[in-house]
Design a protein around this ligand. Structure first.
Ligand code: 3PG
Ligand code: CO
Length: 555
């Protein structure tokens, strides 16, 4: 029968404190002026790279290695932390939705049948991120869902868009809105009343995460549900173009707008009897809106009106909370994660990050599961992120505070595993501000130094790695790898993640002298890290885990 008991590792001892550090958005790429990690002063990470050659290597962090549909898909924190924590590769939301749409199974499921009940007398509202980034959503999936819903009886459709510029180039929102408008015009040609109803930039409207700032969700609610926004336009393409001209505006931060008819009336507020689908497959930035749409009791902001709707998520965003209760596609069932195994085997675990990445080292790491496995053995600490700013003005973020918490946890000797996420290179990289990103990388490096220092004091082991690339390449490139210029001759800034591999380094006084990276897992990826960490705690990994990256040679 099944047992949580892990076998002892034949050669590696138990009882060492293991620090696991995830540098968010820290990939490996050619050294050049757009590689902020290369330009930044990063002596700690440099010394790991240039130190023992068999204790530093690269691992894959994108595409099929982390369960994404193709190897053109850049990595992201959700799939990266899932792989790191679960030790196996699961088909992820993007791929599961693709399959459900291709096979048509999406329309036979409970979720679609549930919302379809409203098609006769109500409006179908689709809310989500409008781009082809493939991190939270994909435009082609929205297009198929629109078509499929129309074919199955939706007579009135309203789309509430969130512009991207974070997983795709800034400015690309205009083209995506044009594409969507074109599709909606075709539907209108078939007698379906289909329109864009509202919009806003993803970082300012709706897509907050980990309850960092509920005002973001409220701004979206006002536009999407109440039909109220500071800006009113008759046409969404015009809206996006005009709002981009505002000072400091960009795709990520467009203010909320509603589309109005000739009488100035919003064309698509959400009312009793309507159906709503949030078409993002990724959970972290949709779960707050899901709560607002679904919970009868809700006190995060004044909803003013709480319409009686039928609501379904593209996926179920939180399996523990069963939220939302209706969904079009079943999420990956990630079970028996390394965190759960280790806790069952007595490993006392500490995890910490600041708000914007807190759920990454807890919820995503634990297979999209909220809370503790065993509160007596675990402590998760969230350091509040600064709110209301873009992180290029505060590139050090809370790196020092996170490192101090980790240091104290290590020195307390109350924990066997101390796990952190350092958000800097990712969060500042996403702003596209190269100068600030360089500062952010330095701050992350200093945090790593502090954590390694504590590990040295207690005779422990460190594992330093990353979840995907970002700051190592800040320019959009052509197929040959040359920087692309825009029409004014400026380089096109890459705010998104990359397809680059990420480093993993192991070390510390507690690491047995014969431990080194194996040579026979050249294609190792993030999913191989879980077994590696289990070994460092003195255990063998379960047999269905991706193989460990390390071996122990006698010397
Ligand atoms: C975001 O949500 O900020 C980006 O779309 C992806 O970034 P993350 O995967 O690093 O969180
Ligand atoms: Co990111």
């Amino acid at each position: 029968g099944f047992s949580w008991k892990l076998n002892d590792h034949p050669k590696l001892p138990k009882g060492k404190t293991v620090a696991v550090v995830v540098l968010d958005g820290w990939g490996e790429a050619q050294p050049n002026q757009y590689n902020c990690i290369h330009v930044a002063e990063t002596p700690t990470m440099d010394s790991l790279k240039n130190g023992a050659p068999d204790r530093w290597r690269l691992v894959k962090a994108h595409g099929t290695a982390v369960g994404l549909p193709t190897d053109d898909d850049m990595g992201n924190s959700e799939v990266g932390h899932n792989a790191l924590g679960a030790g196996r590769i699961y088909a992820q939301g993007a791929k599961l939705v693709d399959i459900a749409l291709e096979t048509g199974k999406i329309y036979d499921g409970e979720g679609f049948k549930y919302i379809k009940e409203c098609f006769e007398n109500g409006t179908l509202h689709l809310i989500g991120l409008l781009s082809d980034g493939g991190v939270h959503s994909r435009l082609d999936q929205l297009q198929l869902l629109l078509k499929g819903s129309a074919e199955r009886g939706a007579k009135r459709i309203r789309v509430h868009i969130l512009t991207d510029g974070r997983d795709v180039l800034d400015g690309s929102s205009v083209g995506f809105v044009e594409t969507l408008e074109n599709d909606l015009a075709k539907l209108r040609g078939k007698g379906i009343d289909a329109q864009i109803a509202s919009g806003g930039g993803r970082m300012y409207v709706t897509m907050d995460r980990y309850e960092n700032d509920w005002d973001v969700v409220k701004r979206g609610w006002d536009a999407q549900v109440l039909g109220e926004a500071p800006y009113k336009f008759k046409n969404a393409v015009e809206a996006v173009k005009k709002l981009r001209e505002l000072p400091n505006a960009n795709d990520q931060y467009l203010p909320p707008f509603v589309i109005v008819d000739d009488n100035g009336k919003a064309v698509g507020p959400i009312v009793d009897g309507d159906a709503v689908v949030t078409f993002n497959f990724r959970a972290d930035r949709m779960v707050m809106l899901a709560k607002a749409l679904e919970y009868e009791d809700f006190d995060k902001f004044d909803r003013v009106r709480f319409p009686k709707i039928r609501y379904a998520g593209m996926l179920q965003y939180d399996g523990e909370l069963k939220l939302p209760s209706h969904y079009l596609v079943s999420p990956p069932e990630i079970e028996r994660t390394s965190g759960e195994y280790l806790v069952h085997n007595g490993i006392r675990t500490f995890a910490c990050s600041e708000t914007v990445k807190f759920g990454h080292v807890t919820f995503f790491w634990n297979g999209n599961r909220s809370g503790y496995f065993n509160p007596e053995l675990e402590e998760y600490v969230e350091i509040p992120s600064d709110i209301g700013i873009t992180f290029n003005v505060q590139p050090k973020m809370k790196a020092l505070e996170i490192a101090e918490k980790a240091r104290d946890a290590i020195l307390s000797r109350k924990f066997d595993q101390v796990r952190v996420n350092l958000p800097n290179s990712d969060m500042v990289g996403h702003t596209g501000d190269i100068e600030a990103t360089i500062i952010s990388c330095k701050a992350a490096d200093e945090a790593v130094k502090m954590i390694i220092g504590a590990i040295e004091q207690v005779g422990g082991i460190y594992v330093i790695t990353a979840d995907h690339g970002n700051a190592e390449d800040m320019v959009k490139r052509n197929k040959k790898g040359e920087p692309l210029l825009d029409k004014n001759g400026n380089i096109q800034i890459l705010t998104s993640h990359t397809t680059q591999p990420v480093p993993i380094a192991i070390g510390g006084p507690g690491l047995a002298p014969g431990v080194r990276f194996r040579k026979d897992v050249p294609n190792g990826g993030l999913a191989n890290v879980a077994a590696t960490v289990m070994n460092l705690h003195g255990f063998e990994a379960p047999s269905d885990y991706e193989p460990t990256l390390i071996e122990v040679v006698d010397n």
